[in-house]
Design a protein around this ligand. Structure first.
Ligand SMILES: [Zn+2]
Length: 339
């Protein structure tokens, strides 16, 4: 299948969401520690929606407060899977809670974490990280998180942040100050919007959230004016088809807006969101899109180019495939290649 071998770029994947029974079983077999028994996990089914996902999150509860070292066996196996699926560049969302609160200790621990990741990339794949900020974050923690993000922006730790969580009752406007400060420090901003909420949340993410990328954005396609704006402003949308189906953001694949987005030559990526929770991977997502909307080589090449151009990390470290993709991208955005 051609979609299995095309070079891929993933911009929307939660590290905790990679957990599934198979991956945990591999860790156990290798003699590495796990915080949840493999048999305790089962993927969210079709039709289960947010409740099914909440149940899945309950099952991985110990990982929500786990430290970065607890995630290494998980990340190691996930990175191997990405390489098998021809993913050449990936940005992953991680919790700030994985690292120490003290700013100096945070910078040191993150540098150690990054060194570990770099060693395992082996020139095949580049992995970068975004701090995930839940919409429900208490006001008193927002300033603390700003300081942590700024410290890691200065040290070259994270390349951006992502605002995620239920959109109702938690407007992105609560984070207006955070967006301003982080933008000034060169961090990219991704906002999950228009997944289960309405199109107004996508407008808010653009106007107040100063979002460089929109996660999901499904409901934006109910609003013609907004579709026009997304095209005009070349806003990057991170589509996550299986996640959208299982969460109920799209009722079936035929009505998923990714086909229209391709027809309108919009700027978007194809992602897994939570491949463990939703029992999918990059190959399955590409196959789903190819099967439903007949995406061909040219369409996937445009997806790869647009996805790479929308990355938050300006420096591409290595990889012939990355350079190939970057070559296509050259007239779109200036970037730095380092070896
Ligand atoms: Zn997400």
């Amino acid at each position: 299948m051609v979609n299995e071998t095309v070079p891929k770029v993933e911009l929307h994947c939660h590290l905790i969401g990679t957990l599934n029974a198979k991956l945990l079983r591999e860790i156990v077999l290798a003699g590495d520690p796990v915080l949840v028994r493999p048999e305790a996990l089962r993927a969210v089914g079709f039709g289960e929606g947010p409740r099914g996902f909440a149940d899945w999150l309950d099952r991985v509860e110990p990982y929500k407060s786990a430290g970065w070292r607890d995630f290494l066996p998980v990340l190691e196996r996930h990175m191997e899977r990405l390489v098998e699926q021809h993913v050449v560049y990936a940005e992953m969302m991680i919790s700030p809670m994985m690292f120490p609160r003290d700013l100096g200790a945070l910078v040191d621990a993150f540098a150690e974490f990054q060194d570990w990741v770099r060693e395992r990339e082996r020139g095949r794949l580049q992995v970068e990280f975004l701090f995930l900020v839940p919409r429900s974050l208490p006001d008193e923690i927002i300033d603390e998180d700003i300081a942590r993000c700024v410290a890691l922006a200065r040290s070259g730790g994270i390349c951006g942040i992502s605002i995620a969580g239920l959109e109702q009752n938690c407007p992105a406007s609560r984070f207006a100050r955070m967006f301003d400060v982080l933008k000034d420090h060169g961090l990219g901003i991704e906002v999950h919007a228009g997944e289960l909420g309405g199109s107004s949340e996508v407008v808010e993410a653009l106007d107040i959230g100063r979002a460089d990328r929109i996660g999901h954005g499904i409901s934006a396609f109910q609003d013609e004016g907004l579709i026009y704006r997304l095209c005009e402003e070349n806003v990057h949308i991170e589509f996550c088809p299986t996640s959208n189906l299982k969460m109920g953001a799209a009722k079936d694949m035929a009505s998923h807006p990714i086909g229209l987005a391709r027809d309108l030559k919009m700027n978007f990526s194809i992602n897994t969101d939570d491949p463990g929770a939703f029992d999918c991977d990059m190959n399955s997502e590409f196959a789903l899109v190819a099967g439903t909307f007949h995406f061909g080589d040219e369409d996937f090449a445009a997806v790869a180019t647009n996805s790479l151009a929308a990355r938050f990390q300006p420096n591409l470290r290595f990889g012939d495939r990355l350079k190939e993709l970057a070559g296509v991208e050259a007239d779109r955005k200036n970037f730095v290649l380092t070896e």
